[in-house]
Write a protein that binds this ligand. Structure first.
Ligand SMILES: Nc1nc2c(CCNCC3CCCCC3)c3[nH]c(NCCc4ccccc4)nc3cc2c(=O)[nH]1
Ligand SMILES: [Zn+2]
Length: 370
């Protein structure tokens, strides 16, 4: 995996992440495909909007249909019909946020499936074995995402566990000799000293890229911003930096300013399905009655399929009828909005205009016009 920095603008940078299945222009947003699908979209639609990499999920695919099934079909790219790069999260976060957790030991995590209540045990080695079977291009180590709030001594114990698990993941991964990449994950809650300790330990083990985990889990924004501001510049400059679960475009701007390269979040797709749409004049809720007779496009500045062909009146109507087309048209627009936002941000960095870009967009993103 090659990571080539093209241009720097302060701590912000634009780069090329070259994988065997294609190039990713960073800063990059990675749409989330939980069950192997970016909900309501075909892979072609996701690619035609402009996305180069999508996320999938070890936890969900292990439980259903099972990683052996996917391996027999020919791997995840064949299974979901996405030939570009795929990043899989290790499942640590989903076990903590979805499953009814049984217990965490130094060996791994025992949990009950949120689907049928069956009992499972995942060790760091197993989490890597599953991701190797899926055949993703970028794998994540098995970590413990520390809940918020958490006592400092709990976090101190947890980063030791996350470090031990990261070592076990890397050792297992190196024995398998696949041509996949493995990213480490830095934890440490909202405690700056523990964040630096976790960073040093994870970087010492050595990975193809590094993620900041344990954020966007309910902590105050100022804590998230402080941790990103303090930790990011200490991360290896020549490797990709991934802020997990982020997010809101305001948070993306703050993170890119400090040197983050990769993002994932269910926000654009989940919000689309509940009628919250991002536009060049702020966020709108399409179900509001004021749009009942509105024959104008959703966003006059947007040239996505939805904005070129439909009125707000029709989009509201589809939403009120809970039509499947509502989910599709809203998702197309939100994903397009995010993709264009990242394209403009990369151009602004390349032209040394990131601060202007941030000043221009912050007020728009904060605006909730109706
Ligand atoms: N290993 C690991 N993953 C984390 C994730 C999952 C990232 N998305 C994976 C993706 C794979 C495909 C299925 C979906 C998930 C996080 N997501 C968030 N916040 C999201 C907060 C959020 C924001 C908007 C709406 C809901 C939740 N914080 C996270 C922290 C960690 C972490 O420490 N370790
Ligand atoms: Zn649009």
């Amino acid at each position: 995996m090659q990571f080539k920095i093209l241009k720097k603008d302060g701590f912000a940078r634009t780069a090329l992440l070259e994988t065997k299945r294609g190039v990713i222009h960073t800063p990059a947003f990675m749409p989330v495909g939980t069950n192997g699908t970016v909900k309501a979209m075909t892979p072609e639609e996701v690619r035609d909007i402009g996305y180069e990499i999508i996320l999938s999920n070890t936890y969900h695919l292990y439980l259903r249909p099972g990683h052996e099934t996917i391996k027999e079909i020919g791997g995840i790219h064949r299974f979901i019909n996405w030939q570009g790069p795929i990043l899989t999260d290790s499942g640590g976060f989903q076990i903590y946020s979805l499953a009814s957790l049984r217990k965490i030991t130094s060996e791994g995590v025992e949990f009950r499936s949120h689907i049928d209540g069956s009992l499972h045990f995942i060790s760091p080695e197993r989490a890597i074995e599953i991701q190797i079977a899926l055949g993703s291009d970028i794998m994540m180590v098995f970590d413990e995402c520390v809940p918020y709030p958490a006592e400092k001594q709990y976090v101190e114990k947890s980063i030791k566990l996350t470090k031990d698990w990261a070592e076990r993941c890397k050792n297992y991964f190196e024995k398998q000799r696949t041509n996949q990449s493995l990213f480490g994950i830095i934890q440490g809650g909202v405690y700056d000293d523990l964040r630096e300790k976790s960073l040093e330990e994870i970087v010492k083990i050595g990975f193809d890229g590094y993620a900041i985990g344990g954020l966007s889990v309910g902590e105050p924004k100022e804590d998230m911003y402080r941790v990103v501001k303090n930790v990011t510049p200490l991360m290896p400059e020549d490797k990709p930096r991934y802020l997990m679960g982020v997010g809101d475009l305001i948070d993306v701007l703050h993170a890119v300013e400090h040197g983050i390269d990769m993002f994932d979040c269910v926000m654009p797709t989940r919000n689309a399905r509940n009628g919250t749409l991002f536009t060049s004049r702020g966020r709108i809720s399409i179900k509001r009655s004021e749009f009942k007779d509105d024959s104008t496009a959703l966003d006059p500045e947007c040239d996505c399929y939805t904005c070129r062909n439909y009125t707000k009146a029709f989009l509201r109507h589809l939403y009120m009828c809970r039509e499947i087309l509502s989910m599709r048209l809203n998702t197309i627009h939100n994903l397009y909005f995010y993709c264009k936002f990242f394209e403009k941000m990369r151009t602004a960095i390349a032209e040394g205009r990131f601060q202007d870009f941030k000043k221009e967009w912050l007020p728009v993103l904060e605006k909730n016009f109706s």
